[in-house]
Design a protein around this ligand. Structure first.
Ligand code: ADP
Length: 267
């Protein structure tokens, strides 16, 4: 009987090893596929603005003398805008690397959410020029324990997306409120919203919602950075659609610091 059991055990182990081998091979193939998709996506995001910069700079050099002042300014604006886009993309990649390697060292302090929303709005002023912004963050909303730079970046990314995906002239809101344990900050817009099947996947690195066959412009990094930053600060971020399906709603939930923490930090 013992021999039979041992045989069976050996057989089972062999089978498990076989399954493990197949799994390992499948995982390695999946990692390879992801790596090459990532490289394609990064190369594309670097090449598109670079091509525009090279094109504009080349035209400027070749036709500088015969060109009107207005055309020169136009081409230089392209060079500046596209360089800024490259800059943002590279900053995003660096942020992502920091999150993934666990090298982030948030600089925590107590802040009023309204103050940070204010600086994010100031930074996004140009981007939001064609939308109406509505801000309802009560001045007496409790302070939250955050890294102000990271938190501002999260709000900025959400505002940037709202401006990108919601039609010009529509309103973009930032609302704040609190319950017993948490402070909530919500950014919502009146754009197309997010297909229900994608509401969680939009936070995945490089994930973009497909519309027909076309992927909308963007890097697919903004929201994964938001989630990485918010989670690093002990909070959560979720996506949803307005109940009447007329726009996207992003909700950040940050724990209220307890009284002892507050006393420690305010001293
Ligand atoms: P991207 O650079 O593509 O905007 P993000 O990570 O910021 O990358 O967003 C991921 C995807 O989530 C976007 O490609 C878009 O499809 C969807 N998305 C993000 N914000 C909104 C929004 N406010 N309204 C509709 N869709 C959105």
């Amino acid at each position: 009987l013992l021999d039979a059991l041992a045989d069976q055990a050996a057989l089972a182990i062999e089978r498990i090893q076989l399954v493990a081998d197949v799994d390992r091979a499948r995982l390695a193939a999946e990692a390879d596929r992801l790596r090459s998709a990532l490289l394609t996506s990064i190369s594309h995001d670097l090449k598109t603005p670079l091509a525009a910069i090279l094109g504009a700079a080349g035209t400027l050099r070749d036709y500088l003398d015969s060109m009107s002042q207005e055309d020169r300014v136009d081409l230089l604006s392209t060079v500046i805008d596209e360089s800024e886009r490259l800059n943002r993309f590279i900053a995003n990649l660096l942020d992502m690397t920091k999150i993934e390697s666990g090298a982030m060292e948030p600089n925590y302090a107590l802040h009023y959410p309204g103050d940070i929303a204010g600086s994010a709005l100031r930074r996004a002023e140009k981007i939001l020029a064609h939308h109406k912004t509505v801000v309802t963050i009560p001045a007496d909303l409790p302070m939250v324990r955050v890294d102000p730079v990271l938190f501002e970046q999260v709000l900025f990314n959400l505002l940037d997306n709202a401006a990108k995906y919601a039609p010009q002239g529509s309103s973009i809101r930032i609302d704040g409120w609190a319950d017993g344990y948490n402070v909530m900050i919500q950014v919502s817009d009146k754009g197309p919203g997010i297909p229900p099947a994608d509401v969680d996947r939009v936070f995945d690195t490089f994930y973009r919602v497909r519309k027909g066959d076309q992927v909308r412009a963007g890097t697919g990094l903004g929201l994964s950075i938001c989630r990485g930053f918010v989670e690093a600060m002990g909070g959560t971020i979720t996506a949803a659609n307005r109940s009447d399906r007329s726009g996207a709603v992003f909700t950040i939930r940050l724990p209220k610091p307890n009284e002892i923490q507050k006393l420690d930090e305010l001293q």
